[in-house]
Design a protein around this ligand. Structure first.
Ligand SMILES: Nc1nc2c(ncn2[C@@H]2O[C@H](COP(=O)(O)OP(=O)(O)OP(=O)(O)O)[C@@H](O)[C@H]2O)c(=O)[nH]1
Ligand SMILES: [Mg+2]
Ligand SMILES: [Zn+2]
Length: 313
């Protein structure tokens, strides 16, 4: 359909809104006032570099009329994205999981599932890769109130943190203040309590919440699609599935080291320019670890991500 023909049909009555949920044939658009409209995609739309429609995308849409169903007609440029590899051969295509977010809330549990610093580091690296500010959210502090030393260290290198409990409500007000005025995405392993936090923060939200399996203490991948929730007081937050594949593929080892912000002062100072900071002699990063300037867990979590890239994990 030609653009002007479409304009004629809709009377030029186009609106702007943000995608709150994306399905194969339809997407839900939310306008400024909070009104949601289920729209089909305009057949003529070309996604090109946008790859796919994603939660958080700003779109133009026609809200529907007597002869025409609601239709999304255009997608507007993104300020940011987070993505994962798409299905198929060598993950050639990227799949955008959320667009235009300006805060990545790395959500982990203080216990159940067990706290692993390498998971925190992995998600922080994702934020670094996509140039999005990160906030560490340690949930389930009702089960384990002591802040892990690794999280204390991460604060010293500039990562903001909040400890909270979706169960008791502790720390939620602090979290709410940090979320206000932003478009945030909750990311982190399955079972950390992302959906539970949404349910506690957003009135009327009713996300699915799943038990942590008793047998292995892991989450059950309860959330399967991303969804954007909003409150009247300016909190906009996207719930996502706990995805391992998030963000860190199709990158070179040298790029991975850049995502460890405490490594940066030492990069380029190793004897070998292509140093992977493993066993090479005169490695400035390992020297910094040996000297206690960087804790060992950071090196271990960096190795873990490198191993994942080469398929050993
Ligand atoms: N004790 C305690 N349990 C919690 C807390 N937050 C969530 N849970 C429980 O943890 C389990 C997993 O919660 P979900 O909110 O489904 O976790 P999720 O991060 O959304 O998991 P996925 O959707 O699978 O990625 C549920 O049994 C929740 O009741 C908390 O603060 N304290
Ligand atoms: Mg969930
Ligand atoms: Zn090195």
């Amino acid at each position: 359909m030609k653009a002007d023909a479409f304009q004629g049909m809709t009377g030029g009555n186009m609106l702007r809104g943000m995608l709150v949920e994306v399905q194969r044939r339809t997407a839900t658009v939310r306008d400024e006032a909070g009104k949601e409209t289920l729209c089909a995609y305009s057949p003529g739309i070309r996604l090109g570099e946008f790859s796919n429609f994603a939660v958080g995308d700003q779109v133009e849409y026609y809200p529907g009329g007597a002869t025409q169903e609601p239709l999304i007609t255009a997608i507007l440029p993104r300020t940011s994205k987070i993505s994962r590899p798409g299905p198929g051969e060598r993950h050639a295509r990227e799949l955008i999981l959320a667009a235009n977010v300006d805060l990545l809330v790395v959500t982990v549990a203080a216990a159940q599932p067990t706290f692993h610093p390498r998971l925190l580091d992995r998600y922080l690296a994702v934020a670094e890769r996509f140039g999005i500010k990160a906030l560490i959210c340690i949930n389930k502090c009702d089960l384990q109130p002591v802040i892990p030393p690794e999280a204390l260290y991460l604060e010293t290198i500039g990562y903001d943190r909040v400890a909270c409990s979706a169960e008791t409500g502790e720390g939620l007000e602090k979290l709410r203040v940090k979320l206000r005025g932003r478009l945030a995405v909750l990311s982190g392993p399955s079972g950390a309590g992302k959906s539970s936090l949404i349910a506690a923060l957003v009135p009327d939200a009713d996300p699915r919440i799943g038990e942590v399996r008793e047998s292995d203490g892991r989450g059950r991948h309860t959330t399967t699609t991303s969804h954007l929730y909003a409150t009247p007081d300016g909190v906009r937050i996207i719930d996502t599935p706990g995805l391992r594949e998030l963000g860190l593929w199709n990158v070179q080892p040298a790029e991975v080291a850049e995502m460890w912000r405490d490594f940066r002062p030492y990069l380029g100072k190793c004897r070998f320019t292509d140093c992977a900071h493993r066993t090479e002699p005169d490695c400035a990063v390992r020297a910094a670890v040996d000297a206690g300037a960087i804790p060992d867990f950071r090196l271990q979590s960096y190795y873990r991500v490198l191993d994942t890239l080469s398929g050993d994990d």
